[in-house]
Design a protein around this ligand. Sequence first.
Ligand code: GLU
Ligand code: ZN
Length: 280
Amino acid sequence: MRTRFAPSPTGPLHLGHAFAAMVAHDMARAAGGAFLLRIEDIDRQRSKPAWEAQALDDLGWLGLTWDEPPLRQSGRLDAYRAALATLWARGVLYPCTCQRRDILDAASAPQEGGGPLIGPDGVVYPGTCRHRPRTGPLPGGVALRLDMRMALQGIVTVEYHETGTQPGPRSVPAETLVREIGDVVLARRDFGTSYHLAVTVDDAAQGITHVTRGADLTEATPIHVLLQRLLGLPTPVYHHHRLIRDGTGRRLAKREDAKAIRRFRDEGAAPRDIRRMVGL
Ligand code: GLU
Ligand code: ZN
């Protein structure tokens, strides 16, 4: 068994991160497996080396150990580009130059039934740029979207196994991906990749057998499983864990002011206090 914790170094670790890290760590240790780290720093504007250093320090203080040097996504752009080239050659990507505003306007155009559909990445893309040519070399410096309907040709369901809060086999119909997820961005103009592509390529590169992460990412998982099929990568088991909430029920991940592990440390808390606070 190989698990991982994949923080984005855009702020301090809080109880939600500590919980995610401990779930992944404990699962690997209980099985005699390996626990790995990945620094998800593709957003160069928001990622700061100081946050990364603090995160590693907090994880060590919590008593967690990792078995390989952390993988840093900012050093993996060639691997993402290679995956994009594979998908481009299959004709399932197209360039998109829409602004957020264009997408909202097109998706909100009068039609039967309410407002725009919201997927894991926000408004489901209305397909404005789908007609653009897909020939020639892989374009750079432009956003690339997955043509979901094309990508799912010959696929009836996307399947994986879940061991988290609602364990069991999952079978997501292709039609659901087309309707509720749509043409997601696999390369952002500014980063040359996207969360979905990077996480899929890197989980495979790190040989992750069990992906543990918050239940807020459950609806993104079929995208990753589909990408694994398209890229010939293995599908890990998925374990979506409960989310840590504050006293008023708000998810810590949604709060800018969530109390940092650093502050608990400064106030004299011990690692076992942190474990107790998150119910471990
Ligand atoms: N970097 C992501 C986050 O901090 C985690 C992604 C994942 O575990 O798949 O939310
Ligand atoms: Zn577009």
